[in-house]
Design a protein around this ligand. Structure first.
Ligand code: SF4
Length: 325
């Protein structure tokens, strides 16, 4: 018995030391928690299947679990049968999608994040004031498509400073911008500065549309960059805010990798590293972070500590779940 204990101790001694620093905050934001809860509650209340337009949040693990529970995810509203229980994803939808849902008699519960709704309202308000609207964001992302589809009239999406330089605006005195909620705060700052250079009277909300969760997760990575040699970001490839976290790490000189789960972690990345940071995108569940730690514990003499960061208390109320007839 004593000999066995000695062997285990010796094996542990052979393992390389590795310190993991967990970003604080990381993972699920209030909008994602609310959206997932809406799907779970709808399945519980109305039975399966519940149709969801777009991935409710951009995470493979979440989508797999909810699909198993009875959610059916589709990219086109035409795929949803008439009269079916339907949930709009956290990213929001265009006005025409709401109209189509009405025509099909869909029983809709809207899981659009309240912070995305705020951007819709801002865009509509500027639109009513007769302004050309500029959306700072990524073309093709469901949130940007939803915001685009809230505005009648001239609206342009810009993603780079070059896009801003080549903008053609009807009246430079009547122009306003809004931003996608999950952008890099560094990049957005640069774009807003360029917009203000070109259109000194432009209206817009400064950086306030970058949501609190995007902002605080990126800030945590910036701080983490001062104490680690590499960064793992847990999140799916199509998650905008997870990609931005990886870019934030990279822009601070850290080798940074986006991984969906522990299976995607390459141990070669850890060669020559003794301190590694882990964060998770706003749509990535904590269990995936813990799985990675478990996996690493099998290969390293691991020490795990949490960054001394911000605590989050934001919560969004659930919508009403009507008694659909
Ligand atoms: S990242 Fe922000 S805007 Fe997006 S769902 Fe979360 S709280 Fe809402």
């Amino acid at each position: 018995m004593e000999r066995q204990t000695d062997c285990r101790e010796e094996m542990k001694m052979e393992k390389k030391k590795l310190e993991i620093v967990l970003a604080q905050p990381r993972g699920f934001c209030a909008g994602v928690k609310r959206a997932i809860k809406i799907v779970e509650t709808a399945i519980e209340r109305y039975g399966r299947p519940v149709w969801v337009l777009h991935e409710i949040v951009h995470n493979t693990h979440v989508i797999k679990n909810l699909s198993e529970a009875g959610a059916v995810f589709v990219e086109d509203i035409q795929e949803i049968p008439e009269g079916a229980i339907t949930i709009f994803s956290a990213h929001g939808v265009a006005t025409k999608v709401e109209k189509m849902a009405l025509e099909k008699g869909l029983k809709v519960i809207d899981a659009t994040c309240p912070l995305v709704k705020k951007v819709h309202h801002q865009a509509k308000r500027y639109n009513k004031m007769g302004h050309d609207i500029i959306i700072i964001g990524h073309h093709g992302h469901p949130e940007v498509e939803g915001t685009l589809g809230r505005v009648d009239g001239d609206v342009t999406v810009v993603s780079t400073v070059e896009d801003v330089r080549s903008l053609v605006i009807t009246d430079p005195e009547k122009v306003a911008y809004v931003t996608q909620t999950t952008l890099s705060t560094d990049d957005t700052k640069e774009l807003i500065e360029e917009l203000k250079n070109r259109f000194p009277n432009i209206k817009g909300p400064n950086l306030n549309d970058i949501c609190y969760a995007t902002q605080s997760r990126q800030d945590a990575v910036r701080k983490l960059a001062e104490e680690v040699e590499m960064l793992l970001v847990v999140g799916s490839k199509n998650s905008s805010n997870s990609n931005r976290l990886r870019e934030t790490g990279e822009s601070r000189g850290l080798p940074s990798f986006l991984v969906d789960n522990a299976d995607f972690v390459d141990l070669k990345w850890f060669d020559g590293k003794s301190t590694v940071g882990i964060t998770a995108g706003a749509s990535a569940p904590e269990i995936l972070v813990q799985d990675i730690i478990k996996m690493l514990d099998g290969h390293f003499d691991l020490k795990v500590r949490a960054q001394n960061g911000k605590k989050e208390s934001m919560q969004f109320k659930l919508p009403l779940f009507p008694d659909f007839q």
